[in-house]
Design a protein around this ligand. Structure first.
Ligand code: FAD
Length: 433
């Protein structure tokens, strides 16, 4: 029998599942509206993908991962274990449908739509981070440094011409540079890299984990509740979930935000929605005594390897490995980043290097899902930010607050709807007690 609506909580109470950068930014935005909020995670805030990203806040990253021509790349993804993108063959039967959608989303007309949606979502990112990090007492974490994306030569640069054309079309400031400018901007970059672009209006966060912790601490300080347990499912009433089923027992809920990163599809599936969410595993190598200095994120674009100066050292981050959430990390991919890092910054040292792997939550069209579930309007999805979740988190939190406060959202949410994957209103699955 379906559960009755829950009377144990105030009607405006919100439960946010997932304390990564998206969930924490959302919980913080909701507390700022004066709403009673509970944030639930099986781990401490910021220990998922948000822990170890490259720290780039990139409002100008408006090109999807699947660009026209991607189909020709797929065989290389499959056979070359150390290419910047690798699809593990074991489990391919599970990842193949996602890959098909990924390739389909690279149609030029669709790429244009995706790029416009990303541009809208990300445009306020730096301004909103500046405000939030100031509010939470950690303004020093954000730096407006610009970013460099470098290539060995004109031929390598030309392979990404479509990406840079698209960014320019969206009004992103992109300055072509050669060896002389590279030397002026970042003297530590080696001779191998002869050209590229300088993006003056991008920024970085000097410690992505500390940023999540700082926002979570301010949220808790303002009366927000943090619970540490795993959400295993829902008990549903006619309108939506009435309880979470957790590792600590049942908990009443009114309104729910699902911000559980790469695990979110498992939760929305229990509410009758299917989303093709795939983890794209990425790695980092943290170099506490790197032996070289850079001032901004510098990207070896041919190897898709970011080098970012952070609190605690220089972080090399990147690579895409398509494998399951349960597959063991392959830390040889993190070590391969050092090989790319040395080609970019020849003086680099890996003394006391630390390796890390995280799960990017990726939808095939590179757009997140933001908005209510069609069959449970009290549940708001906020996940799937893929390679740009640090960039999009604070704006996503603002949008969820708009939705729950019944304000017109500042961004057109249609491109982010979960309905684009064919989800339609239908009766909620009922789970027995
Ligand atoms: C190598 C690498 C480099 C990157 N670089 C950048 C970059 O420079 N700029 C950028 O914008 N983005 C970057 N990203 C992407 C960015 O890090 C992610 O998009 C972002 O961290 C996703 O945040 P999230 O809050 O959605 O997920 P997560 O941080 O993974 O948080 C999800 C949380 O949900 C919790 N959870 C899941 N299921 C449950 C459950 N059932 N019960 C309880 N808790 C649950 C998890 O424990 C976790 O804490 C990078 C990613 C990687 C891997």
């Amino acid at each position: 029998m379906a559960n009755p609506p829950n009377a144990a909580l105030p009607p405006d109470h919100v439960t946010v599942i997932g304390a990564g950068v998206v969930g924490v930014a959302t919980a913080f935005a909701l507390r700022r509206e004066g709403l009673p909020v509970t944030l639930v995670d099986r781990d401490a805030p910021g220990m998922g993908c948000s822990y170890g990203n490259a720290g780039a806040v990139s409002p100008g990253s408006v090109a999807p991962i699947a660009m026209p021509g991607v189909l020709a790349q797929v065989p290389k993804y499959l056979v070359d274990r150390f290419s910047p993108v690798h699809v593990r063959l074991e489990g391919l039967h599970r990842t193949a449908p996602w890959l098909v959608r990924f390739v389909m989303s690279a149609r030029p007309s669709r790429v244009e739509q995706i790029s416009r949606a990303l541009a809208q979502l990300q445009a306020p990112a730096l301004e909103r981070y500046r405000a939030v990090l100031k509010d939470v007492g950690a303004p020093e974490l954000l730096q407006l440094t610009g970013q460099l994306h470098l290539y060995p030569d004109a031929a390598a640069f030309a392979k990404d011409a479509g990406v840079w054309r698209l960014r320019r079309a969206r009004g992103v400031a992109v300055e072509d540079i050669g060896r002389r400018e590279i030397r002026q901007l970042e003297p530590a970059v080696g001779e191998r890299y002869g050209c590229g672009v300088y993006l003056p209006n991008e920024g970085m966060i000097r410690n992505p984990h500390r940023a999540v912790e700082a926002i979570a601490a301010a949220y808790a300080g303002s009366g927000g509740e943090i619970l540490r347990c795993e959400v295993r499912g829902f008990e549903n009433g006619a309108e939506g979930p009435t309880h979470l089923v957790t590792s600590d027992g049942r908990r009443p809920v009114r309104r729910v935000v699902i911000a559980a990163g790469a695990w979110s599809h498992r939760l929305v599936a229990q509410l009758g929605c299917r989303v093709p969410l795939q983890t794209q595993r990425g790695y980092h190598l943290m170099l506490p005594t790197p032996g070289v200095e850079i001032r901004r994120p510098v990207v070896a674009a041919d190897a898709k390897c970011f080098a970012t100066p952070m609190e605690g050292g220089l972080r090399l981050a990147g690579t895409v490995e398509i494998a399951s959430l349960e597959a063991a990390p392959d830390f040889r991919r993190a070590r391969a980043l050092y090989h790319h890092g040395r080609r970019l910054l020849p003086g680099l040292s890996d003394a006391d290097a630390r390796e890390w792997m995280g799960h990017r939550p990726c939808l095939p069209d590179s757009l997140p899902v933001i908005g209510p579930l069609p069959n449970a309007p009290s549940v708001i999805a906020a996940f799937g930010h893929g390679h740009l979740g640090l960039t999009g988190a604070v704006v996503t939190g603002d949008l969820v607050a708009d939705i729950l406060c019944l304000r017109p959202p500042s961004v057109d949410l249609a491109p982010f709807s979960i309905r684009r994957f064919g989800n339609r209103p239908s009766p909620l699955p009922v789970r027995g007690n």
